[in-house]
Design a protein around this ligand. Structure first.
Ligand code: LLP
Length: 442
């Protein structure tokens, strides 16, 4: 076996068997593709548990018993996942009534749910309260007033956090920066709006202000921006304490730790990164003589991305002399729009010929009627032929969650591999599913 290919496998649960096929958690990927058809998301549940355990263990160790990681549902959302998230002892961040519905009907303990979003309608707010969502993360004044009004009508005291923009540039893709002053999210410290927002939250009825939230961006590899954000937020909390005599009980530092999609990217030691942030939190609290708030974090990508591999079947292999080679697969931007949207990098492998030399340079296209429907360009694969299974690694985050039915392509199934079991957690969409909302014109 070529060491080059072995390195491309990225995580230790991926390997190559005696047939030269890729294996995922010990299962032959080609056999899985045959049994469950493609395109198929294959999730290694044990790896997800391990990722959750690292956050949970390290956060408790660093910040004490009240610390809690919240799984960011926007990265991946389906009913069965909430059972796992709950089993792993995590809370969850929900960003829409659709995500609330999914978590609620999965039986997730909703007091451990945090409701996000920068435009919660009155109906969303009422629905979240009906489902018993524990905490609302409030983005703006209008929303604050609406939550106060609806909670008061229901004679309820709604716990809230306020979303604050700390004003940080985390050096990541501009589409996923969220903590700078110029942002559609939250209220900025720099403009003074974060203070008036806090004052208002303290004065309105029906609300219990628990503390503050910030989120600086996604796919961030260094700990430094997180340390900076923690420091800015703790200074803000100390200022609020001086001005209003209010001491925050909770500080939610958001999500954002990066994930290794390709060999050239670093692999983050999440525990070490959390410890660095914790050291900064402790230092700041000491300097500011501030009681340390309970720390929450909202990882999405770093919990799920590297637990999933997408399997496709190769259809055409097109060599355009003097130009380039294309292969087409039975999926594409409909199940993974991240290359089309952000030019995101991925590692690909011909799972049928995993031990063979990767010397065929090609671009991998999907089946949409759109030139931009590409999974990746200029990748090296063992020369594929029609029927080969193509694996794309690290597709757990923001793939299924961002999938669409463009060109009326059904969304793939999600298969869970859990110890000896294979569980079909999400079935493949059918053509009937695609027409479910269509109404006859007569
Ligand atoms: N908390 C908040 C408030 C967020 O907005 C996000 C992500 C997270 C937590 C989770 O961040 P993570 O740990 O997953 O980096 N679609 C883009 C990513 C958008 C991220 C949006 N917010 C992508 O595919 O790269």
């Amino acid at each position: 076996m070529k060491t080059r290919e072995k390195k491309k496998l990225l995580t230790p649960d991926l390997d190559i068997n005696e047939k030269g096929h890729l294996t995922i958690a010990g299962r032959d990927a080609v056999a899985l593709a045959e049994k469950y058809k493609t395109a198929l998301f294959v999730m290694n549940v044990e790896r997800f548990r391990e990722n959750c355990a690292i956050y949970r263990r390290t956060m408790k160790e660093c910040f004490g018993p009240d610390a809690l990681p919240l799984f960011a549902s926007k990265s991946l959302c389906f009913t069965g996942l909430y059972q796992l998230v709950d089993e792993c002892g995590l809370g969850t961040d929900l960003v829409s009534p659709g995500e609330i519905y999914t978590a609620f009907h999965a039986g997730f303990p909703m007091q451990k749910a945090y409701f996000h979003g920068n435009n919660k309608t009155d109906a969303d707010i009422a629905y979240a309260m009906d489902c018993g969502v524990g905490t609302f993360v409030v983005d703006n004044d209008e929303e604050l007033e609406a939550i106060s009004y609806i909670a008061t009508q229901r004679r309820r005291k709604q716990p809230i956090l306020l979303r604050i923009t700390p004003g940080i540039d985390p050096h990541t893709h501009k589409a996923v920066v969220t903590g700078s002053v110029d942002s559609k999210f939250g209220q900025a410290i720099a403009t003074g709006q974060a203070f008036s927002f806090t004052e208002k939250a303290l004065s309105l009825p029906g609300l219990v202000l628990k503390g503050f939230h910030c989120h600086i961006g996604s796919q961030i590899f260094e700990s430094e921006p997180f340390c900076q954000a923690a420091s800015i937020m703790l200074h803000f909390i100390a200022d609020v304490r001086r001005r209003f005599g209010y001491t925050a009980e909770q500080l939610n530092l958001g999500g954002g730790f990066g994930v290794r999609y390709v060999e050239s990217q670093p692999s983050i030691d999440i525990a070490a990164s959390i410890r660095q942030v914790a050291a900064q939190v402790k230092r700041c609290c000491q300097e500011l003589a501030l009681p340390c708030p309970a720390i929450l974090m909202e990882p999405g990508r770093s919990l799920v991305a590297d637990t999933v591999t997408t399997l496709y079947t190769v259809g055409s292999v097109k060599e355009i002399p003097g130009v380039k080679n294309y292969i087409s697969v039975d999926g594409g931007m409909t199940d993974n729009p991240r290359y089309a949207l952000y030019g995101s990098e991925y590692t690909l492998l011909n799972a049928t010929k995993a031990a063979e030399e990767a010397d065929f340079i090609c671009s991998v296209g999907g089946r949409c009627c759109e030139s931009g429907d590409l999974i990746q360009e200029n990748v090296a694969l063992a020369r594929p032929t029609r029927g080969d299974i193509l694996a794309v690694f690290t597709t757990g985050a923001y793939n299924y969650a961002m999938a669409s039915n463009y060109n009326r392509i059904p969304r793939p199934a999600i298969l869970l591999l859990d110890k000896e079991k294979e569980i079909l957690a999400v079935r493949r969409e059918t053509y009937e599913d695609l027409c479910r909302c269509d109404m006859p014109l007569t």
